[in-house]
Structure formats: structure tokens, C-alpha cells
Design a protein around this ligand. Structure first.
Ligand code: UD1
Ligand code: UDP
Length: 370
């Protein structure tokens, strides 16, 4: 059986690669999971939910790891695997350091790379940092390109990538989301009840991007306090990313604030169950911008740019940046006007139909046979 290496290591990559793994598992190709564990706890919960046991676990995470340190240790650890294994291809997903280094080491061993979620661009190399550059580098290295949308395909063509091995698939995050809501809906309600949120009105928030560290993040916290002081029956639920740089600011600003529920990062199922019942979502996450439209949740994006313009065009998301004034204004507009709210909540999900993984695996089988 030909082996396909799946290299991933952070939470969002695991969520978006899990359905590809499941589809490969029932195919004539053999998935070999190389978990870099760039994230540890946040990765493990996804592996458990989807029943994935890595063939290799590089356990690479260190407290406050720098980009250069992570990149060099990861290169060496992957090299040790690739020099002893024979893969027909490598799949990487998205734009993290794991994605880039996974593609690079595979290239050094002349193993062709398939890029899942190819072609996202903001055209600003510092925004998001370092992800915009990671995704561009992987496009140069990859042989197979799986853009999630037509827009992403156009971005690749504009970057001079050949359309020979390019296939628009939809985003595999929708596959993961549908799998989760279908297989686990009863548990989801129980989780909301256990957090005392089943009958509450709440905003769900996440924030972790490097370009938002420090002052921009403090500005956003200021906005949260203002919104909650205006809306006395509203709560804010904020699962805080495990990055210590993020945690320091969030706990300092919101740790004791009334009607703010700060939690550890939630496992994927509880998080989806909270998205399902949230009034609206405030986030700088990439993946959440894709999931929220599928759940009909208005999303205010805490960034100045997005590589997911499809969500803006569909009307389901708005860029609000990190200015406190703008965030308060846009949030209150949604909370105070049913018309504004419905306009966003009723827009159509532009990110796929839940069959992206199936398309990717069919394409790989055509490329490699059994
Ligand atoms: C990484 C990705 C980013 C992605 C994000 C998803 C890079 C450069 N960044 O950012 O693109 O959007 O993941 O969440 O690839 N930590 C833990 N336990 C965990 C996870 C993280 O303790 O399970 C802490 C560690 O101290 C670690 C730090 O968080 O050093 C930062 O992790 P890192 O992967 O470098 O960056 P993220 O900000 O998580
Ligand atoms: N997510 C989760 N628990 C949380 C916050 C997010 O399971 O507490 C999920 C979310 O549903 C999405 C993914 O993690 O699928 C997004 O990850 P993150 O925001 O860390 O990374 P990004 O998508 O910005 O790269």
C-alpha cells in the first residue's frame, strides 16, 4: 500500500486534517500520521475526539517557543523520519510553522507535497505573521494544491502556480464541523448546561494572533468592558489560548470582571456546542471565520485584514480591527437591531459542503492509484 504522510501539529491543523485522515483510512492509500505536537494539550484533545493515534509524535512544543527555535528543531525531527521512510506524498494543511517545515523537509526528500487549504492570501507579509509567508512558501514547494474556494484558486493562479494539479475542494473544516455536530449533538447540550449557559445570552470570543499581542489586545479588552457595562443581561465566554503571552494580558484585564467567563481552551466538541448557541462571535481566529457562517453566527473579526474575504462577501463576517470604539459600535449595532443581526445571521456558508476530504482523497487515488 502506498503511504501518504500527514504532517500536522497545531489545533486547527488537526481539526482540518482529521476528516482527511478518516477518508484516507477507508481508501487504498495508507495514511501515516506525523504529529509534530507544535501544540500539546490543544492537539491531543482533537486526536482523541477523532480517534487518531499518531504513527510518529515529535513532541516538539516548548514553553514560549520562538519561531526560529521551533523551525530548526522541527526540521531535524522530521529529517529523522523522512530518511528512514518511503512516502508517496506528504499532505500539509494551512499556514503554520509545522505546515511550512513539513513541506520543506518533504521537498528535500523529493516526496511531492499536497497543500490542503491552499491559496489563502492577504498580500501583506506581516499580516497575519508569520502565516502569510508560510502559505506562500508552501505554494512554491507543493505539487498538489487544494484551494478551498474559487477565490483561493484565483490567488494561486495569480501567484503563477500551474493549474495542472489544482482542485477546488471546499474547506475540510466544514467536514469536521458536520462530523462533530452529527455524531455528538446530545453531548453538546449537556456541555452548555454544565457551564450554566443553556439559557443565557452570551458573546463567544477568542484571540491569539501574534500581530495582536500587547496593546491591540488591551484595546479589545477595553471594548469588552464597555459592551458589558451597556448590556447588563449579556455574558462573555472566552476560552483563552494556552500561549502565555496571550494569557498574561487576558487574565490581567478580564480575570475579575463580572459576567466574563474565562475558561481554558475548550475541546473541539464543547467549543462547537458554544458556537451553536452564541449570540455572536468576536475572534481573530482563521478557522472560526469559516465555521461561524455554517452555524449562522454573525462574526466580528478582530483584525485589519482577512484571507477569508468570502465570509465578508457572504455578509456573515465584518472586519472590525482592534479599535475599542469600532468594536463597541459594531457589537451594539448587532445587539440592538434585529434587522442588522438577521442580515448577518441569514447569509450562506461559502466554505464548502462537507465533502472536501472526499475530493482530496479521490484526487490522490487518481494520482497514485492503489
Ligand atoms: C500557532 C500558529 C498559528 C495558529 C495557532 C492556532 C505558528 C507560527 N503559529 O500559534 O498560525 O493560528 O497556532 O492556535 O505556527 N501552548 C501550550 N499548549 C498548547 C499550545 C500552545 O502550552 O497546547 C503554548 C506554549 O507555551 C507555546 C505557545 O503556546 O510555546 C505558543 O505556541 P505556538 O505554536 O508557537 O504559537 P501559537 O500562538 O499557538
Ligand atoms: N477551537 C476549539 N476550542 C477553543 C477555541 C477554538 O476547539 O477553545 C477550534 C475552532 O472551532 C476552530 C479552531 O479551533 O476549528 C481554530 O483554531 P485557532 O483559532 O487556534 O487557530 P486558527 O484557525 O486561527 O489558525
Amino acid at each position: 500500500m502506498k503511504k501518504i504522510a500527514l504532517v500536522f501539529g497545531t489545533r486547527p491543523e488537526a481539526i482540518k486534517m482529521a476528516p482527511v485522515y478518516l477518508a484516507l483510512n477507508g481508501s487504498p492509500l495508507q495514511p501515516v500520521v506525523i504529529a509534530t505536537a507544535q501544540h500539546r494539550e490543544m492537539l491531543d484533545q482533537v486526536l482523541e475526539l477523532f480517534g487518531i493515534t499518531p504513527d510518529y509524535d515529535l513532541n516538539i512544543m516548548k514553553e514560549r517557543q520562538s519561531l526560529s527555535d521551533l523551525t530548526s528543531r522541527l526540521t531535524k525531527a522530521l529529517e529523522d523520519i523522512y530518511k528512514n521512510e518511503k512516502f508517496a506524498a506528504t499532505l500539509v494543511q494551512g499556514d503554520t510553522t509545522t505546515t511550512f517545515v513539513g513541506a520543506l523537509v518533504s521537498f528535500y526528500h523529493k516526496v511531492p507535497v499536497g497543500h490542503v487549504e491552499a491559496g489563502l492570501r492577504t498580500n501583506d507579509i506581516y499580516n497575519p505573521f508569520p502565516e502569510e509567508v508560510n502559505r506562500r512558501l508552501v505554494s512554491v514547494i507543493a505539487t498538489y494544491h487544494y484551494p478551498p474556494t474559487e477565490q483561493a484558486r484565483k490567488n494561486l493562479l495569480a501567484a503563477g502556480i500551474s493549474e495542472k494539479n489544482m482542485l477546488v475542494t471546499g474547506n475540510t473544516v466544514i467536514d469536521a464541523l458536520l462530523w462533530t455536530t452529527k455524531n455528538k449533538s446530545l453531548e453538546a447540550r449537556r456541555i452548555r448546561e454544565s457551564l450554566g449557559l443553556e439559557d443565557e445570552s452570551y458573546i463567544l470570543m477568542t484571540m491569539h494572533r501574534r500581530e495582536n499581542w500587547g496593546e491591540p489586545m488591551r484595546e479589545v479588552m477595553k471594548a469588552i468592558k464597555k459592551i458589558l457595562s451597556e448590556k447588563k443581561d449579556l455574558k462573555l465566554v472566552f476560552p483563552v489560548h494556552l500561549n502565555p503571552v496571550v494569557r498574561e494580558v487576558v487574565y490581567e484585564e478580564l480575570g475579575e470582571y463580572p459576567r466574563v467567563l474565562l475558561t481554558e481552551p475548550l475541546d473541539y466538541l464543547p467549543f462547537v456546542s458554544l458556537m451553536e448557541k452564541a449570540k455572536l462571535i468576536l475572534t481573530d481566529s482563521g478557522g472560526i471565520q469559516e465555521e461561524a457562517p455554517a452555524l449562522g453566527k454573525p462574526t466580528l473579526v478582530l483584525r485589519s485584514e482577512t484571507e477569508r474575504p468570502e465570509a465578508l462577501e457572504a455578509g456573515t463576517a465584518k472586519l472590525v480591527g482592534t479599535s475599542a470604539e469600532k468594536i463597541v459600535e459594531e457589537t451594539l449595532k448587532l445587539l440592538n437591531s434585529t434587522e442588522e443581526y438577521e442580515k448577518m445571521a441569514k447569509s450562506v456558508n461559502p466554505f464548502g459542503d462537507g465533502k472536501a476530504s472526499e475530493r482530496i482523497v479521490t484526487h490522490l487515488i487518481e494520482a497514485f492509484g492503489a
